[in-house]
Design a protein around this ligand. Structure first.
Ligand SMILES: Nc1nc2c(c(=O)[nH]1)N=C([C@H](O)[C@H](O)COP(=O)(O)OP(=O)(O)OP(=O)(O)O)CN2
Ligand SMILES: [Zn+2]
Length: 118
């Protein structure tokens, strides 16, 4: 079974290793989709949605929301943001019954990255 939870955060960035409009400072309302793969525990849940919400908001997104992504990631492409989030989140959600399966980072409604940690 795959569990899904969606998040949004607003952040500014500029792509320093890029030639074009995105080298200038600008912002996005990013969408983050977190997917966990697992089996049901004794509460018949893969992972508590509420716990996952607090974990992602408080441990991952608090530093990004209304922030400047270049403070954390030198070249904050959607690809690099996905890797950064994966590396922080993966150990936090690892349980006997579940693991991080996939994340999506959407920069706009039409542009996004799917990452499975490889
Ligand atoms: N592979 C990647 N390409 C680009 C990235 C990226 O992270 N990975 N990022 C950008 C810029 O950040 C840019 O803001 C995004 O550009 P674009 O998708 O064209 O944004 P729009 O607001 O114009 O969105 P539309 O939905 O296409 O109108 C560039 N490339
Ligand atoms: Zn951008």
């Amino acid at each position: 079974m795959i569990l899904i939870k969606e998040f949004e955060f607003d952040a500014a960035h500029n792509l320093v290793h890029y030639k074009g409009k995105c080298e200038r400072l600008h912002g996005h309302t990013y969408k983050l989709v977190v997917k966990l793969e697992g089996t049901k525990d004794k509460e018949d849940m893969i992972f508590d949605f509420v716990e996952l919400k607090h974990l992602v908001n408080e441990k991952i997104l608090y530093e990004f929301d209304h922030g400047y992504l270049n403070d954390f990631i030198e070249q904050p492409s959607a690809e690099n943001i996905a890797e950064y989030i994966w590396n922080k989140l993966e150990p936090m959600v690892k349980r006997d019954n579940c693991r991080l399966y996939e994340i999506e980072v959407w920069e706009t409604k039409t542009s996004g990255i799917v990452y499975r940690g490889e």
